[in-house]
Design a binder for this molecule. Sequence first.
Ligand SMILES: Cc1cc2nc3c(=O)[nH]c(=O)nc-3n(C[C@H](O)[C@H](O)[C@H](O)COP(=O)(O)O)c2cc1C
Length: 228
Amino acid sequence: MAANPPFDLAEIDRLLMTTKAVRRRLDLDRPVDRDVVVDCIRLASYAPNASNAQEWHWVVVDDPDQRRAVGEQYRRTTEAVVSTMLAAKEAAGDEAGARISRSILYLAAHMGEVPVLVIPCYDLEAAAGRYGRLIGADRETTGMEPGMYASIYPAVWSFLLALRSRGLGSVLTTAHQSDQPAMAEILGIPDTWDQTALLPVAHTTGGDFVPSPRAAVEESIVWNRYER
Ligand SMILES: Cc1cc2nc3c(=O)[nH]c(=O)nc-3n(C[C@H](O)[C@H](O)[C@H](O)COP(=O)(O)O)c2cc1C
């Protein structure tokens, strides 16, 4: 380790290890300041992205009726699928997996009550200009390509870290993607913007967070060359 690290490593490591999926501990009653959301999006914009083109739009929903409509649409796309997953996990005796499914169902039931909902969108049309070809529905290719997700998910993760650093919580969700047109209709989102995630944003309840279980990292590292 460097003799004089430029950051307080204990604090940075704690941030990285405890920025986790928050669902049941989102405070549904405490409002979230618009300023803090804007600050976190500003910090997120420093994330790496292809050609520094910043082909993103952050749709932020804090109007109660709009939140309710978005939450209801999220519930519609989540509940049946995750209920089936939950039954399969319970049947297989996978209690850890079942706990996550129950937590997902809890959030699906309450998404519309979360104070702020953020939908980071990737602008396919802007990317098409840069890539020199058309991308998306009815065009040469059918939608998001890996490089495009790679140009927005770093910013999404930075946004989640920035929230956590300010005492707020969230979870990266994507279940709504199975019906993007329905969500686009509610929010007026053009069909050339891919809705890459739906992020509920709230203050958190309870005490501090502890790291989630993860496999030993040595199991996933390959040094120099993979040997079968
Ligand atoms: C690509 C992606 C899609 C996800 N989709 C959902 C989702 O639709 N709903 C949800 O509640 N959580 C979703 N999650 C959150 C994961 O369940 C969570 O990150 C994982 O269980 C690890 O949680 P932990 O960091 O708290 O251990 C998603 C995460 C990722 C990276």
